[in-house]
Design a protein around this ligand. Sequence first.
Ligand code: AHM
Ligand code: MG
Length: 345
Amino acid sequence: MDSNNLGLPVGTTLDRFIKRKQDDFPYATGELSQLLRDIALAGKIINREISRSGLLGIGGAFGATNVQGEEQQKLDVIADIRFTRALRNGGEVCAIISEEEEKIIDLGNHSGRYVVAMDPLDGSSNIDVNVSIGTIFSVFRRISPVGGPITEEDVLQKGTEQVAAGYILYGSSTMLVYTTGHGVNGFTYEPSLGEFFLSHQNITTPKDGKIFSINEGSWDLFDQPIRDYVQECKECQFSGRYIGSLVADFHRNLLKGGIYIYPRSTKSPKGKLRLMYECNALAFIVEQAGGMATDGHRRILEVEPTELHQRVPLFIGSPKMVEKAMEFVRNDAISKGKKTQMKTA
Ligand code: AHM
Ligand code: MG
């Protein structure tokens, strides 16, 4: 049976959907299914905290910075605690890496077979102004023997090794979108029932699009090929749409067709976004939906991780748009190469 198309109708609960997927794999132990349920549960709790944050006094800054020197919001910290707790209690996960934590978090579940990389609350500068924010997660199978201590090798795996990835978008409605490598499905949260229901079956992204998403405020800091590509988007009268919340920008472009770019710049020579818990998950999802994700040169999923909080430029979205943007980067590199050759000749 094609596990892309389970024949499950819109309105199927996330629990039932996960169960049906598991039944398609005769040797599945159910641990990954349980892990996905744990994430969904934490997502429901975060959703509740976010929707009441203005009333509970949990908006605003926490008063500390994370390992990357970014000011933590109270909800960043709450989301980190909630997800960590859900995954620790679930027992399937032995270790986590999180945007909010400097080091690997050893959950003490040494019999757990999975590791998770997560950004518990991305785009958190948007919390206090009621703009969409999101959770991003990647799941890997651990490499070290089950039962033993966890190692850095367990968490520093290439994106191609992900066994599942997803995001929760806290937007005009809350949605969980995930893949286990057999297509992408989206579930909308029904708060009065406390359930996620299948609403977007087998998501595919348009091959081409007319939306470009980039922080143009950094124009002067971009490399020339990025400026040239954006200029071309403008000449084609594409729409510029940039929320400043990666999950929300990504989700819109996934459904409507478009490109999101966070390039390197003179301020952030390696880009801003983090490979392990921002880019890998979205790259896995976009590829499963027929799109592309690169760092301007190569697939994000093939970037070799060297550190937990590694940054990487991101070009992600409709394949024709990503190809086009890469062409600008490539042509610039070729012409620079020719100039260097001429100088040295
Ligand atoms: P965060 O993880 O600290 O929230 O930063 C990531 C966010 C993304 O959601 C968003 O796309 C990007 O940073 C916006 O950055 P900028 O304000 O530089 O455009
Ligand atoms: Mg983030």
